[in-house]
Design a protein around this ligand. Structure first.
Ligand code: MG
Length: 371
């Protein structure tokens, strides 16, 4: 095979620190891949991996090592020239786990493949190419007054749905304050990032009075039975995020009654093809989905918008405008339209023309592999 893979580790300054129950970020340390096939066409992809395995079990150095030591040697034996996403999936069929590493490579190869054929990713996925209602995910500030000023600012910016990060000691009070300040009509939801246990079900039940759209991942990712117990109350709808790393996970969660809603993060489940499969299963079972986010650059944001236009994505996604996170990006900025929506680019692949100068400017480490 004659192809080149470049892994760029970027340090992207955030316009505002982002704090969740898992820690705080001021700079997005992000891994971006570019794959150039035998025909010279380049595709791009972005990983959601963090520098440490605090959120996903995989992390940046682990993803890089898995790609170098495990995945690229498998691709060397793939026969398709230039490589296709189907050939890549066949080559990785026996690799257990490692969805972030597999998904990064698969997405870059898929992007190159679609650009080669002049096909937008939304069309390939079967999306409707519609404007996507998007919401904002609000980190945990130091106090309620700061939270209210942030939320007020985001609503002025045009966001139509607000997601508050919560954790023990920061739950009922901030939710009550936001409800009182901005009214019952505001679509409001919370995300605990696994910070509670099923012993907290009585406490979490008190959130029901606030008319939330959903509560996302209150318990540890393996706690499907705990989530099913919470969902069985038929109070605030229960959404799974970290629990769903694969199509099998999604099907099991649905069968157990553990998920009223699923947050699909393409990077976490191994890419956009698996994301589409999870969407299809959820749609067939009447489980609404939305597209999660991890402070994406233009590359990840564009692909997420293409996915989020599939018909089952009936809830606003965590796909903010670029300015929510970055003053400068590696591709064109995405801005909300007058309806508070974003639309996937219409060009081939993810549709983003990557600014290579910006990539160079933000790169702190880069590695090139020839396959
Ligand atoms: Mg989440």
């Amino acid at each position: 095979m004659s192809a080149t893979l470049e892994l760029h580790r970027l340090a992207m300054p955030l316009v505002r620190p982002f704090r969740t129950s898992k820690g705080e970020e001021t700079v997005r340390d992000v891994l971006v891949a570019s794959w150039t096939g035998a025909d010279g066409v380049t595709g791009w992809a972005e990983s959601a991996a963090d520098p440490e395995p605090t959120y996903f079990p995989e992390y940046i150095d682990g993803v890089r090592l898995t790609i170098e030591r495990v995945l690229l040697p498998l691709l060397a034996e793939a026969s398709a020239e230039p490589l296709t996403s189907a050939a890549l999936r066949a080559a990785f069929a026996e690799v257990p786990g490692n969805p972030l590493a597999r998904g990064l490579l698969e997405t870059a190869v898929l992007d190159a493949e679609l650009r080669r054929h002049g096909m937008p990713m939304a069309d390939f996925l079967g999306s409707l190419r519609r404007p996507i209602r998007v919401g904002v995910s609000v980190g945990i500030p130091g106090d309620v007054d700061t939270l209210l000023s942030w939320v007020g600012g985001y609503l002025q910016d045009g966001y139509r749905r607000v997601k508050l990060k919560i954790q023990p000691g920061w739950d009922l009070e901030p939710v009550r304050a936001v409800r009182q300040a901005f009214g019952d009509e505001l679509p409001l939801q919370v995300d605990a990032n696994q910070a509670y246990t099923p012993a907290d079900i009585p406490l979490l039940s008190r959130l029901d009075e606030f008319g939330l759209v959903l509560i996302e991942q209150p318990f540890a990712r393996h706690e499907l039975l705990g989530h099913a117990k919470l969902a069985a109350r038929r109070g605030t709808p229960v959404c799974l995020d970290e629990s769903v790393l694969s199509l099998d996970d999604a099907m099991t969660a649905i069968r157990l009654g553990a998920a009223d809603v699923i947050n699909i993060k393409p990077s976490r489940v191994g890419g956009y093809l698996t994301s589409r499969q999870i969407h299809d299963v959820c749609l067939a079972n009447g489980v609404p989905v939305f597209c999660g986010g991890t402070l994406e650059t233009a590359v990840g944001r564009a692909a997420n918008l293409a996915l989020a236009a599939l018909p089952g994505f009936t809830l606003p996604g965590d796909i903010s405008a670029t300015s929510r996170y970055y003053a400068a990006d590696i591709g064109p900025a995405f801005e909300l339209d007058a309806e508070g929506c974003l639309t996937a680019p219409s060009g081939p692949g993810n549709g983003v023309e990557v600014d290579r100068d910006a990539v160079e400017e933000f790169t702190v480490e880069s590695t090139t592999f020839t396959i």
